[in-house]
Every structure is written in C-alpha cells, then in structure tokens.
Design a protein around this ligand. Structure first.
Ligand SMILES: [Ca+2]
Ligand SMILES: [Ca+2]
Ligand SMILES: [Ca+2]
Ligand SMILES: [Ca+2]
Length: 414
C-alpha cells in the first residue's frame, strides 16, 4: 500500500512538473563537475547565433524564383581559407539531394558568409558549421560552447532550416539532459524511497532506461543495492530498492549517461546547466542522499557552520553540532589575506563545548579583508561522524563532504 502511494505521489509530481514546466531540483550535486570545473575556461565560440539569417529553425525564402540564401555572421575575423563548403555544409534531410548550384561567398571585412543555391521545396535542411572553421588567430569553432577543444563532430555547430511545409521537428539532434531528480541531494530520506530521474525532452529511448544504466549503491562500501524498475517512460524513469535501506546511511545514485539515448540516438548529456555538452566521453551523473534516522539516538544530519564572527582579537567559528575537534587542524582551517592570499598566522583554540573554535587574530591588520576557509574534511563527533556541509552554493544541501562543501567567509579586521 505504501509503495503504491509513493508511486502515485511521484507520478502526480511528474505530471505537475510537465504541466507547470520542469522545476529544477534546488540543490543538484554532480561530483563529476569537479574535474573540469577547475579547468580554465576559454571562449572559443565565434558564431553569432542570434544573427543567423534565416535564424535557427527558420524558413529559407527564395531571393529570386529559384535561389535561396543562408547567411552566417561571425563574431571574429575569420581565417578565410577555412570558410568554404567543406566546413559549411547544408544537407537536405528530406530528399537527401544535394543543393544544386551551391556557392559560398565570404565577405571578410564584414565577417559574413553567404551560402546560395536551389533548395528543394517542402524540405528540412541541416546546416553544419564544422569545428575546422578558424578565426584569424587560428582558434577553432567551439560548437558545443564548453570552452574546450573537442573536435568534430562534438564542436561542429548544427542548426535546422526549412522550405515550404518542411517540419524542422522531423529532425532531432537535440540531446536529452537530466532536468530533475528525486530524492535530490538531501538527508532524512525514507528508507524505501522512490528514485526518479526526469529528462528535458519526452523522447527517451525507453529501452535504455534500465537498472544497469541507473544504479544505487551504499556510498561507503560501494556495494550495489538491488532495485525494482517502477516506470520507464519517454520523459522519466523511476525505481525503488527491493527492501528497506539502512537508516542514517549515505547512498549514491549513478546515471550512466553515455548509455542513455533519445529515440534518435542522441546521448544523454548530464544534468541541465551542469554538463560539458556533447563530448566524446560523457561522464556519469551521480548524487548522494542520506536516509532518515528511525532510531532517534542516531544522527543523520551533517554539520554546518552556524556563525563566524570577529570578537576582539579572535575569529569565533561555531557549528550546529558537536564536532570531532581532532579535525580542527591547520590543514583544515586557514585564514588568509583575501587580496594577496597570504596566510594569516594564528592559533586554533577549541571551544570548551566542542561546538567550535577560535582563530587568534593578533597578526591581522585593521581594515584589511581576510578570508576564513574551513575544509569539507572537518567532521562532527559520534554518533554522526559526518563531514561538513559547507556553504559554497548550492550548499548546504543536507549532504556533507562533497567536493564543493568547503566553508568560506570574508571579514574585515576591525
Ligand atoms: Ca568544445
Ligand atoms: Ca532529442
Ligand atoms: Ca549532525
Ligand atoms: Ca553539501
């Protein structure tokens, strides 16, 4: 009965989200972001997508009785030798015929390329701007707009056009993304949760929605939890552990994105707004949750910093739970000059109640901006023993020790 009720709730929630637009989970967490988040981002994109003429999904209109034009404006001055019909390809996806009388003219001084030809009637066309297009500085097109050089086809930029009654919806190269997950990154989760993943487009190949591609494991031991598939639909999957999970225990859900496709074979990219676009090796998307405490003597809530303030010559830092003060070390706690990043030497004095520490500020200069940094590796005392749930957005989110769970706060020395 309980199972059924949960399922109905999830189905209603999904239905509501479809009606009211897909509400993004507040605090999604993707540890895979860590790897490329540290990579310096470059902006290699130089197609002015807002100035394409016709625009994305637009109609090609004949400029004379039989000739149409596709105009592409670049934001950069281009290497003219790369602006050619090898790198700007127009494909008639309806009739499979080549565009007759096709010519490409590049006007370097106004950064404009014009593709002219005779386009078949009532057809859909895909324009592909290949990653081999280069600007004058020799930088290639970043078609997937991730600041990284991925090469063709990942960095090719594609858009659709049509003539007459051609329907651009017939051609799908839009990759699905994860729009919402439940339970999200949080604690207090029911020990028999319904786990659901909702996708941005309702076009998932449901044969890829399997419990091989969507898995649950106990985080500490990496031991898989056997689950039952509840629903696999064009826009979501839901599943449930076969038996109750352990209480106050952290679990990891993994979506093997590289094995999930839409009905046109476009691979799942990851969480919307948090992925690198279409790349060669799509990383798994994972998130963690912590189950509820049924035995109320247990503690399923990771600690957070409750306050951090200057008092006289000390910086007072307090947590919302009893802490393992052996983790209050100079490795885990630092204060530094916010401008120069130079370490501010001071002592760490544990608070008598075990809920915080004081950092001495005898070397701080009045009027200077400093930053306190507390590592995610700071832990609370037993019975919780959880790592810090820091404050770097989107934290705190109820799960501690994640890659972005350090705590930071700037303060001016009075
Ligand atoms: Ca790229
Ligand atoms: Ca699609
Ligand atoms: Ca706690
Ligand atoms: Ca967290």
């Amino acid at each position: 009965m309980f199972k059924k009720t949960m399922m109905i709730i999830v189905i209603i929630a999904i239905a509501l989200m479809l009606i009211f637009g897909c509400g993004k989970e507040d605090n999604p967490f993707d540890p895979n972001r860590g790897g490329y988040n540290d990579t310096p981002q470059e902006n290699l994109s130089f197609i002015d997508t807002t100035a394409l003429d016709p625009g994305i999904d637009g109609e090609i209109v004949d400029v004379d009785p039989s000739t149409g034009e596709i105009i592409i404006y670049f934001l950069d001055f281009m290497d003219a030798s790369t602006v050619n019909t090898s790198n700007i390809i127009v494909r008639d996806t309806t009739n499979g015929t080549s565009i007759t009388g096709a010519t490409l003219t590049y006007y370097p001084e106004i950064k404009k390329a014009v593709f002219r030809g005779t386009f078949s009637d009532d057809a859909v066309f895909v324009v592909t701007l290949k990653s081999d297009l280069k600007n004058n500085a020799g930088i290639q097109l970043d078609g997937n707009d991730n600041g990284l050089i991925d090469g063709s086809p990942y960095d090719d930029y594609r858009y659709r056009l049509y003539t007459g009654t051609g329907n651009v919806g017939d051609v799908d190269f839009v990759h699905p993304e994860i729009d919402w997950v439940t339970p999200g990154t949080t604690n207090g989760v029911d020990t028999l949760p319904t786990i659901a993943v909702l996708f941005t487009d309702s076009d998932i190949d449901t044969t890829t929605l399997t419990l091989t591609n969507f898995t649950l494991m106990k985080t500490s031991s990496q031991v898989s939890v056997s689950c039952t598939l509840l629903t696999a639909a064009l826009n979501h999957i839901s599943f449930q552990p076969r038996s109750k999970l352990d209480e106050v225990t952290q679990y990891t859900v993994t979506v093997e994105c590289a094995s999930v496709f839409d009905t046109c074979g476009n691979v799942l990219l990851g969480f919307v707004g948090e992925n690198d676009g279409w790349v060669a090796n799509i990383p798994d998307y994972t998130w963690d949750f912590i189950t509820e405490a049924i035995d109320t003597l247990l503690d399923g809530e990771p600690p957070q910093v409750s306050v951090a303030y200057v008092s006289g010559e000390e910086l007072v830092v307090r947590f919302d739970d009893d802490m393992d003060t052996s983790t209050f070390t100079t490795t885990n706690i630092k204060v530094f000059n916010n401008a120069t990043k130079q370490n501010l030497v001071g002592s760490i004095i544990n608070e008598y109640d075990g809920k915080g520490f004081r950092y001495t500020l005898e070397n701080a200069v009045s009027g200077t901006l400093y930053k306190l940094w507390v590592s995610k590796d700071v832990k609370e005392a037993a019975p919780g023993n959880w790592y810090l749930d820091g404050n770097i957005p989107p934290n705190p989110n109820g799960v501690g020790g994640e890659w972005n769970d350090d705590y930071e706060k700037t303060f001016v020395m009075p």
